[in-house]
Ligand binder design. Structure first.
Ligand code: MG
Length: 224
């Protein structure tokens, strides 16, 4: 549950918090606001998931007992390797342990209702099993993290595809911004936002998310 696992070494590191960026790809902002001009955020949109929401490779996403569509959002994951506060852009890379692929599972109807009423997204984004995280590849193993393909397959059909080069706020921008408000601790996880192509999953679906040649995670969707 509340840890991430390092690829190759198998080392497990406790997670103290999961920070997530919303609205970080303009094509996703456009799909969430059909018919409106895409309004780009001036600062990253931030929300959190509890560490108890983590799901690892081979485990299950449990569909909560509520009336809502459950959507997939495939995202680049960044894990912090060194504690830091007020991190400067030039130092951001030194605080990164590695990268992985994740799914920001979202109860879309509940999120839409919360947005409409100006209420927090906590339940829609932070319910148990909402944070699917692959094993983490060390940053030195990952080339060109600024332009890597993200892919999500459902029952082996590709359903979502993007490239990290399309992020509005880069990994460095996100670390600088977050560390103004939160002390970033070793093991903290950052979800960096999803490209377009989000959509519903159903009980029985098999999801496989892939970050280039570096990380992959497979999970199944179950109903309680
Ligand atoms: Mg997301």
């Amino acid at each position: 549950m509340s840890y991430i696992c390092i690829k190759k070494s198998g080392e497990k590191i406790a997670v103290s918090k999961i920070l997530c960026v919303g609205a970080n790809y303009s094509d996703h902002i456009a799909e969430m606001n059909p018919g409106k001009p895409a309004e780009l955020p001036k600062e990253p949109v931030i929300f959190m998931k509890p560490p108890s929401a983590i799901v690892h490779d081979g485990e299950n996403i449990i569909f909560p007992d509520v009336q809502s569509e459950l959507h997939h959002e495939v995202e680049l994951i960044v894990v912090i390797g060194k504690d830091g506060k007020n991190i400067k852009a030039g130092d951001a890379d030194s605080h990164i342990l590695g990268y992985g692929i994740g799914l920001d599972m979202t109860l879309r109807d509940l999120q839409a209702e919360a947005k409409k009423k100006g209420r927090p997204w906590t339940i829609a984004k932070g319910f148990d099993t909402s944070a699917v995280i692959s094993e983490i590849a060390g940053k030195n193993e990952v080339n060109q993290v600024k332009d890597l393909p993200l892919k999500l397959f459902i029952n082996e059909t590709m359903r979502q595809e993007g490239r990290t080069s399309k992020m509005i706020f880069t990994v460095s921008d996100i670390i600088v911004y977050l560390s103004k408000f939160f002390t970033l601790c070793r093991g903290d996880v950052i979800f960096t936002g999803t490209p377009k192509g989000v959509g519903p999953v159903q009980p029985g679906d098999h999801l496989r998310a892939v970050l280039g040649e570096y990380a992959e995670v497979s999970v199944s969707v179950k109903k309680i």
